[in-house]
Design a protein around this ligand. Structure first.
Ligand code: PLP
Length: 294
């Protein structure tokens, strides 16, 4: 397996980053996770745009332009002969002496890791997965904005520990005002009186790329969407609940704390539409750049 490290592909066993890297010392860096279907990185432009947005939030200069990043991602996939895969792209502040000053680090560390995508069990999509509402609250957006997809993940890890202790798949965090925010690696949706509800970006969440597409698909399919502030009681009283992210797509939820849910029509429809969107996207992109897939 090859890893892209700074400017070249190296064997995974040789892909080493310094203990002085500020990503390791302080969680000072950003990342993206992408999914590859049939050799095509789904919504690559959107992921790269968000990477640059995260970088700009923390004043980090990514040492490559958009086109170089795309080439590096496809080179890594090709070197590893992967067509159905995930891609993790990390940019950290780089190596520097101990101390918080970002100017201590002269060159960011740029890493692309890929691996085969192992599908989630079918039962997750057919029967749904279980969630809890975590005790830990989502980071305050005025302190560490969840829109920065940063390496600083302890808030999410604390919620994940709660999920594991409760023997469920995911934990939903409320924001400090007590409104639903998001899960450790997912955005959340629920249906109430036929309306698709999801926390607004103002609640302090990551602007999920899957979330945005699902909202668009819902609107295109005549489903009313409401983005706003919602309490956990509104979630408990929903007729259906699902979660979204790049690798899980649209995954139904069968339980939140003690409240059970059936996998509903809206979840099923949006999962189907999402997968059709992926198929269309892959077909279109293959037509645009045939040389990449030859
Ligand atoms: N929320 C958080 C905290 C995440 O880490 C992620 C993805 O990793 C998401 C939401 C979903 O985002 P996307 O749909 O862009 O994968």
């Amino acid at each position: 397996m090859f890893v892209y490290l700074n400017n070249k592909l190296v064997l995974a066993s040789e892909a080493k980053v310094s203990v002085f890297d500020h990503g390791f010392l302080y969680g000072d860096g950003i990342y993206e996770t992408m999914r590859v279907y049939d050799g095509v990185v789904f919504m690559l432009d959107e992921h790269i745009q968000r990477l640059f947005r995260s970088a700009s939030f923390i004043g980090l200069d990514i040492p490559k332009n958009i086109s170089d990043i795309k080439i590096a991602i496809y080179e890594t996939l090709q070197a590893n002969k992967l067509t159905n895969a995930y891609v993790r792209l990390t940019v950290s502040r780089g190596e520097g002496p101990i101390g918080l000053d970002p100017d201590f680090c002269k060159e960011p560390t740029f890493v692309i890791m890929t691996n085969e995508f192992k599908s989630y069990p079918k039962s997750y999509y057919e029967d749904g997965i279980k969630l809890i509402i975590a005790n830990v609250r989502r980071n305050l957006k005025e302190a560490l904005n969840p829109q920065i997809k940063s390496l600083n993940f302890l808030n999410n890890i604390l919620a994940k520990i709660e999920a594991k202790q409760a023997d469920v798949y995911e934990a939903i965090m409320l924001n400090v005002e007590g409104f639903i925010a998001e899960g450790t690696i997912i955005n959340i949706f629920f249906v109430k009186d036929g309306i698709l509800c999801t926390p607004s970006l103002e609640c302090g969440i990551l602007d999920g790329i899957t979330r945005a597409l699902v909202i668009d698909l819902a609107v295109r399919n005549g489903i009313e969407v409401r983005e706003g502030e919602f309490t956990k009681d509104e979630l408990y009283n929903a007729s259906e609940v699902f979660i979204t992210n790049t690798t899980m797509e649209v995954m139904p939820v069968c339980r939140v704390d003690d409240k059970g849910f059936k996998v509903g029509e809206v979840s099923r429809l949006l999962l189907k539409k999402y997968r059709q969107e992926v198929t269309g996207y892959v077909y279109e992109k293959k037509g645009e750049h045939p040389s990449i897939w030859e």
